[in-house]
Design a protein around this ligand. Structure first.
Ligand SMILES: Nc1ncnc2c1ncn2[C@@H]1O[C@H](COP(=O)(O)OP(=O)(O)O)[C@@H](O)[C@H]1O
Ligand SMILES: [Mg+2]
Length: 457
């Protein structure tokens, strides 16, 4: 069974070849302008033309900022790195803020490394092995052919062992990697298909290869700069990649790796693929992080940085300044801002429909009407969460589809933010639990205005 996440219905940006947003496609609905803008930026990333830039999705909560970023990630393809962090992840005890950001940056830069290997590929004609009297040393000869030529190779101890371990016999088509000595059995030659009694039912038949026996082959793999860092940091080793607990990496090591990668680039052995770093809830970063971001974006090896914020005007963390989206002016200056807006009722209905398909829920038309109405009053996210709760209730009364009463009961059980706040107020509990607020009270300062979530106005 597959677990269904909040964004598991998103499979891309839903754009056509001309980057025009289709009304509903790949799980994406509406929000056409933002999707198109995202598509344009992606195109530039894919052409490798844009790096060290930043863009910001700004808009009210649950208008699809994260969803669009995930859609971008899915469009990029497997080779282009996409890293997603929430700004608050940067504040960790095990490493400094700048180290956490540096790691996120380097995770978003891919290095495509090309390696040439020499292969011996052909059909085995004969393997001849001579053992010494004591059996300690073995020598041998391997005769191998393609349709065009035939060659005899001398075999050493290691190769003989490898061949017998793979159970290579005359008539097998094999490939030998010359540098590592690794032997791969590609199959049985068709020419030998008549000796069927000697093999099992799962034997694969292949043609005898053509052309030269020795071939050059290019293998390409992509790793991120961060992975290279971790593998080369002597105290950690590559196992740290799995544990995720990489600790701080020394700047000297990073410099060495940058120099090495630059060298590979010049020699044509490696290619840099700038990827995408997505920082969600970016207003949670503080002024030190922002100034680091400013510097890091100017670095030659910088990815495209995408940020999302749902604040209109907010205090920049670590200062008393109020600024649009909670970002300092010098950073704002650099970013391309894309705004997301509230959904229309039709869009909301469509998104609910898609989510129902994803969660395998069927709604009666009345339930759908209530849900889409609710979404305009509360938030889209709250309504999407209600779907599975309502389904639970419908199942309990053994109904096929989720009906009006199930939605109503789910609405009674689970509060949205507005009702919850109202409840607290009515119960006479204190609403102030904001630590910053407590600080300010103690120091006698008043709360700066406008530190609130962005609303439609
Ligand atoms: N355009 C869209 N098409 C399909 N689903 C969407 C769209 N926009 C938002 N959603 C869904 O609505 C929910 C809330 O959106 P989200 O991206 O988390 O909002 P934000 O990050 O702006 O607060 C998520 O489950 C998301 O997948
Ligand atoms: Mg979000």
């Amino acid at each position: 069974m597959e677990r269904i996440g909040a964004h598991s219905h998103i499979r891309g940006l839903g754009l056509d070849d001309r980057l025009e947003p289709r009304e509903t496609s790949q799980g994406m609905v509406g929000q056409a302008k933002a999707r198109k803008a995202a598509g344009m930026i992606l195109k530039m990333v894919q052409e490798g033309r844009i790096a060290g830039r930043a863009m910001l999705f700004a808009g009210p909560p649950s208008t699809g900022k994260t969803a669009i970023a995930l859609g971008m990630a899915q469009t990029l393809g497997p080779d282009v790195p996409f890293t997603m962090i929430a700004a608050s992840e940067v504040f960790s005890l095990s490493m400094s803020k700048t180290e956490a950001l540096t790691q996120a940056f380097r995770r978003s830069i891919g290095v495509r490394i090309k390696e040439e290997t020499e292969l011996i590929e052909g059909e085995v004609v004969e393997i001849q092995i001579d053992r010494s009297l004591t059996g300690a040393t073995k020598t041998g000869k391997l005769t191998i052919k393609t349709t065009d030529m035939e060659t005899i190779y001398d075999l050493g101890n290691k190769m003989i062992d490898a061949l017998s371990k793979e159970k290579v016999t005359a008539g097998d088509v094999i490939a030998i990697d010359k540098t590592s000595g690794k032997i791969t059995k590609l199959g049985r030659s068709f020419a030998r298909s008549r000796d069927y009694d000697a093999m099992g039912a799962d034997t694969k038949f292949v043609q005898c290869p053509e052309g030269e026996i020795q071939k050059r082959k290019e293998v390409v793999h992509t790793v991120s700069l961060h992975e290279i860092d971790v593998i080369n940091s002597r105290t950690q080793g590559f196992l740290a990649l799995f544990a995720g607990d990489t600790g701080e990496i020394k700047p000297e090591l990073r410099n060495q790796i940058n120099a090495k990668v630059a060298e590979w680039r010049e020699e044509g052995k490696a290619e840099i693929i700038p990827g995408v770093l997505f920082i969600d809830e970016v207003h949670m970063l503080d002024i030190e992080c922002f100034s680091f971001l400013n510097r890091a974006l100017e670095n030659e090896l910088a990815p495209l940085v995408i940020m999302a914020s749902n604040r209109g005007k907010a205090r920049i963390r670590g200062t008393n300044m109020i600024s649009p989206h909670g970002l300092p002016a010098d950073l704002l200056d650099r970013v391309l801002i894309v705004s997301t807006s509230q959904y229309s009722k039709e869009d909301i209905e469509q998104i609910i429909k898609i989510r129902c398909e994803e969660e395998d829920v069927s709604l009666t038309p009345e339930a759908m009407a209530i849900l889409s109405n609710l979404a305009t009053e509360t938030t889209l996210r709250y309504v999407l969460n209600l779907i599975s709760c309502a389904q639970m209730l419908a199942r309990k009364r053994k109904a096929e589809a989720v009906g009006e009463q199930d939605v109503r009961r789910a609405y009674d059980f689970f509060f949205d933010e507005k009702r919850s706040v109202q409840y607290i107020q009515e119960a006479g509990m204190s609403l102030v639990t904001d630590l910053d607020e407590n600080d300010r009270r103690r120091s006698g300062k008043t709360k700066p205005a406008g530190d609130d979530a962005m609303d439609e106005s």
